[in-house]
Design a protein. Sequence first.
Length: 261
Amino acid sequence: MSRAAVRVIVPCFNEEKRFPTESFLSFIKREEDYDFLFVDDGSSDGTAVLLEKVCALMPDRLHVLKSQPNQGKAAAVRLGFLHALESQTPRFLAYWDADLATPLETLPEFFRVFRERPEVEIVLGSRVKLLGWDIQRQILRHYLGRVFATCASHVLRLPVYDTQCGAKMFRVNAVLHEIWREPFLSRWIFDVELLARYLSARQDNPFDSERRIYESPLKTWRDVKGSKVKPADFFKAFAELFRIQMRYGRIISSSCAKVGS
Ligand SMILES: Nc1nc2c(ncn2[C@@H]2O[C@H](COP(=O)(O)OP(=O)(O)O)[C@@H](O)[C@H]2O)c(=O)[nH]1
Ligand SMILES: [Mg+2]
């Protein structure tokens, strides 16, 4: 693989029809700091063949990892991270939804945050709907998403606005290795579990997490047609949030109490 500073993991499940090949190719030609690792998550359509063809166009910057059978986004992203952390580790790792609901042009904005703020370890894309900004979200998903995000923020004891945006970047360090090591309990909301793990790992001083995690408001975000997430998954997400609370809640609140006392 190339020696790019940022490796971007892109989980792909049955993306043949909506995969934005041109957007990836034109971005990579313009921006030399990035390379991409696509993880084909047991797709049953032509995604694997398509990804091979695309990667063959720029083999040092575009790579594909195939995993069978389908295991869900959490496992696919984790596989990509473990692979990237094994060899020629880049300085930064990101994951990004294949539909480019968050445009690739946002990657340099996240990268800039790390360069300007040495204390930051995680940058989260945040879909804040403000006048004049181009955040296009289905109304139902927006409101369900806001309810969920508020509950997630409670469980994490962290004033985070948006845990579920599929665009996140991480500084590679020992904590990063630790938080990706184990498989996730959750299939749908591993982003929350990842933050819970981060807070647990950094439990010596949890209030510093508010400086180390940076939410970057997105200028553009579009709900791309063809999502495989269904309304019923909203309820599954709550069941998983409960499991996360049971598994990590005590350790997060005890570290908050320790610092507060
Ligand atoms: N839904 C789903 N997405 C997966 C799976 N494995 C990988 N992904 C990828 O996860 C990303 C988000 O999927 P999408 O259906 O757009 O979800 P949404 O944007 O939250 O509605 C895409 O890059 C998918 O290809 C899976 O098993 N199910
Ligand atoms: Mg999507």
